[in-house]
Design a binder for this molecule. Structure first.
Ligand SMILES: [Zn+2]
Ligand SMILES: [Zn+2]
Length: 92
């Protein structure tokens, strides 16, 4: 396995395991909506921690997974121009 792939996987594990750490926000302790905070959507209608447009570092992770639209420079799974059905989920 090439080193770059291992780095990408390690990055993915860190990012997906600790989205609040990525956002640089301390978890709201004792708040009943602590779980909901992780579901917070960004201006693109994607979970903030998973948005490749808000988090350019994620591009390498999505590329490593093969989930990437070169034409629109975003993950295929977040690419509304290619997948208009995503708009129904609120993705922009
Ligand atoms: Zn975004
Ligand atoms: Zn596309």
């Amino acid at each position: 396995m090439p080193a770059t792939t291992r780095i990408a996987i390690a990055l993915a594990v860190v990012l997906f395991a600790a989205p609040s750490a990525l956002a640089g926000e301390p978890p709201k302790q004792g708040a009943p909506s602590a779980g909901a905070a992780q579901q917070e959507k960004c201006e693109h209608g994607v979970q903030k921690a998973l948005c490749a447009r808000c988090n350019p570092k994620l591009a390498a992770v999505y590329r490593a997974k093969g989930d990437w639209c070169k034409e629109h420079e975003r993950p295929e799974s977040q690419c509304v121009p290619c997948h208009p059905e995503l708009a129904k989920k609120g993705i922009k």
